[in-house]
Design a protein around this ligand. Structure first.
Ligand code: 1HN
Length: 347
């Protein structure tokens, strides 16, 4: 007996309703979207010009103190992921402002964080008893489950980009957090203690890492910039990425955090990069210079302190009218750990 298509679909619909009560669902209705032929991210290319966001941060400072907010941050929410506090599906980003005299109270969480300093000097971040003074261009790490607080004893507002693995940790339902009890943790170490111990191509004698996160708290911009400048002169310059370096955990040679990788690249004056794509959706922050990036069908004309995001498996090509430096971060270490990472370069 051959049934007609209408009665087949009616019978199937009735069947789906019947099994739904028992928390069952037919795979064949969703198989295609469960295993797409290639990544099909709901996240979109997006650009946050600093000139647009900075005034909103200053408005926020009139409405709430850092203490009251706990962290005075405007979340950079991907327009394709509204309501999720995500900039890519696995990662979170925000811009944080701390005014002179303010303190952002001490807490810890299992989410790992990075800071990339955009504006101002004189604020510090404290991690495990050590304070690190922030300068523009510094890359700063807050390892999972370490108490951290920020303060600004200086004279200028200080603004930085935060990157955290919040959505990734939420996906695993593995998040914990707690307050320290006092606003600021006691200072038990000299400033730059970690830099002296781990940041000079040396390690403490017989050092064995006890955590998968870098023991360095800060990667100051001065030495990063110097390396980029030398390599620009010495070449070769990659056709897609310019002169691109990754921040490392000096104790392992690996990424600074198990979930987040961070990178910095110099695009020489007049650089016209080839297109490339990778499975790690990536957040870019302009450190120096002006240029433009084609991200999918969008073109972002960027300048210093702008942030833009390239979704997973979305083509990106950078151009720079003047010598430019881009900082970026992504979930690349996590993807590599799970054997998922792929990339593709245009010839
Ligand atoms: C956090 O602890 C910081 O320590 C910034 O500066 C942003 C977003 C969500 C949860 C914790 C910080 C955060 C955060």
């Amino acid at each position: 007996m051959v049934s007609n298509p209408t009665s087949v679909s009616a019978e199937r619909a009735e069947f789906y309703r019947r099994i739904e009560r028992d928390h069952l669902t037919p795979l064949w209705e969703v198989l295609g979207s469960l295993v797409p032929k290639q990544p099909d991210s709901p996240s979109l290319p997006a650009h946050w010009p600093y000139s647009k966001v900075r005034p909103f941060l200053m408005d926020a400072a009139r409405l709430i103190t850092a203490r009251e907010a706990e962290r005075r941050v405007l979340v950079l929410e991907n327009p394709g992921l509204r309501g999720s506090s995500s900039i890519t599906r696995p990662l979170y980003a925000g811009l944080q402002l701390i005014l002179p005299g303010e303190v952002a109270p001490s807490h810890r969480h299992t989410q790992s964080a990075l800071r990339f300093v955009l504006e101002g000097t004189g604020a510090y971040t404290a991690v495990d008893g050590e304070r690190t003074t922030m300068h523009p261009g510094d890359f700063i790490v807050t390892p999972s489950w370490t108490f951290h607080d920020h303060g600004n004893p200086g004279e200028e507002p200080v603004i930085w980009l935060d990157g955290l693995d919040i959505p990734l940790v939420a996906f695993f339902d593995a998040g914990f957090s707690e307050r320290y009890g006092e606003e600021s943790q006691p200072v038990t170490k000299a400033e730059d203690d970690a830099l002296a111990r781990y940041g000079k191509n040396l390690l403490p004698f017989e050092y064995a890492p006890r955590s998968p996160t870098t023991p360095l708290l800060s990667y100051p911009y001065g030495s990063t910039r110097e390396a980029l400048e030398r390599l620009r002169r010495q070449g070769p310059v990659d056709a897609c990425h310019g002169v691109k370096l990754q921040y490392t955990n000096p104790a392992t040679g690996g990424y600074p955090m198990p979930t987040i990788g961070a990178f910095v690249q110099l695009l020489p004056r007049g650089f016209r990069g080839r297109g490339q794509r990778s499975t790690d959706g990536t957040v870019f922050c302009v450190v120096e210079g002006h240029g433009q990036s084609r991200v999918g069908d969008s073109v972002f004309e960027w300048g210093p302190k702008d942030v833009f995001v390239v979704p997973a498996w979305c083509r990106v090509a950078h151009e720079a009218g003047e010598e430019s430096v881009l900082f970026s971060f992504s979930d690349r270490p996590a993807q590599k750990f799970f054997g998922l990472f792929r990339e593709e370069r245009e010839p």
